[in-house]
Ligand binder design. Structure first.
Ligand code: KIV
Ligand code: NA
Length: 264
C-alpha cells in the first residue's frame, strides 16, 4: 500500500519545495486532489461551502467527522488534516484533547487544525505531547469573526505586527508542525515565515509562505463571490449549468434517455 505523507515530512519542507494543499470535503474530489496535494484539509469552511451556513461558527463536530471520513476513504497519499470546529477546543486543553482524539479515531486523519495563536499554545502543547499533531492557524481566523467584526485582512497597520509575530512564535514553540497564515499582508507573512522553524501555509498571505492552500470550490469557480486572493483555475460553475440545462431540455423533449441508455 502507498504510505501517506507524514507530519514530519510536512514539517521538513520548511524553506524547501513549496507545500501544495487544498481543502476537500468529499470522496470523489478528494481522490483527484490526492494526486497533487501534500496534505488535504477538511476545513470547517464546509459549513458555508457544503451546507449553506453564513459562517463557520455553527459547524458541529459530527459534521467535521462525517466529511473527514469521506476524505480519508477517498484518498491514499496525502496527509489528511481535519479542522476542529468552534466550541470544541477553546475551553481547556483536556476538552480539546477529547474532541481531537474523537476526530482522529473516527476519521483516521493524521492531524487536526485549530485557530488561535498565543492563547492556544498551552492546548497545542497538550495535544502534541499526547500524540495529536496540530496545525495552527492565525491572521484572519473566521471562527473569531464576531469579535473581529467580519473578515478583515490582518497586518495593514504595522503596529499590529508584533502581536501576530508573537502568536506565530508561540504556536511553533508549543509544538505545532505547521501554521496557516490567512488574510495577511505580504511583508508580515514573509517576516513570520523567516522567523519560525515550521512551514507556513498561506491563504491570502503571499508567495513568501512555505506552502499554499485554497478552498477547492473557490478555485474551481463554484462560488459566486470569492475574495481577491482566490485565483479561479477552473470555471466549473458555467460548465455545471450547461450540463444541467441540457439535461432538463432533453428530459422535456424525451431525447433522454436515448438509444444508448435504454435496456432492451
Ligand atoms: O476551513 C478552511 O477551509 C480553512 C482554510 C481556508 C485554511 O481553514
Ligand atoms: Na477553517
Amino acid at each position: 500500500p502507498i504510505r501517506r505523507t507524514t507530519v514530519p515530512q510536512i514539517a521538513a519542507r520548511k524553506g524547501g519545495e513549496p507545500i501544495v494543499s487544498l481543502t476537500s470535503y468529499h470522496a470523489h474530489t478528494a481522490a483527484i486532489v490526492d494526486k497533487y496535494a501534500d496534505f488535504i484539509l477538511v476545513g470547517d469552511s464546509l459549513g458555508m461551502v457544503m451546507h449553506g451556513m453564513e459562517s463557520t461558527v455553527g459547524v458541529p463536530l459530527d459534521l467535521m467527522i462525517m466529511h473527514g471520513k469521506a476524505v480519508v476513504r477517498g484518498t491514499q497519499k496525502a496527509l489528511i488534516v481535519v479542522d476542529m470546529p468552534f466550541g470544541t477546543y477553546e475551553e481547556s486543553p483536556s476538552i480539546a484533547f477529547r474532541n481531537a482524539a474523537k476526530i482522529m479515531k473516527e476519521t483516521g486523519c493524521g492531524a487536526v487544525k485549530l485557530e488561535g495563536g498565543k492563547r492556544m499554545a498551552e492546548t497545542i502543547r497538550f495535544l502534541t505531547e499526547r500524540g495529536i499533531p496540530v496545525m495552527a492557524h492565525i491572521g484572519l481566523t473566521p471562527q473569531s469573526s464576531h469579535v473581529m467584526g467580519g473578515f478583515k485582512t490582518q497586518g495593514r497597520d504595522e503596529d499590529t505586527w508584533a502581536i501576530h509575530e508573537e502568536d506565530a512564535r508561540a504556536v511553533a514553540e508549543a509544538g505545532a508542525f505547521s501554521l496557516v497564515l490567512e488574510g495577511m499582508v505580504e511583508p508580515l507573512a514573509a517576516k513570520i515565515t523567516k522567523q519560525i522553524p515550521i512551514p507556513t501555509i498561506g491563504i491570502g498571505a503571499s508567495a513568501d509562505c512555505d506552502g499554499q492552500i485554497l478552498v477547492l470550490e473557490d478555485m474551481l469557480g463554484l462560488n459566486e463571490w470569492t475574495p481577491k486572493f482566490v485565483k479561479v483555475y477552473g470555471d466549473l460553475g458555467p460548465a455545471i449549468e450547461r450540463a444541467v440545462g441540457q439535461y432538463a431540455e432533453e428530459v422535456k423533449d424525451r431525447s433522454f434517455p436515448g438509444e444508448d441508455e435504454v435496456y432492451r
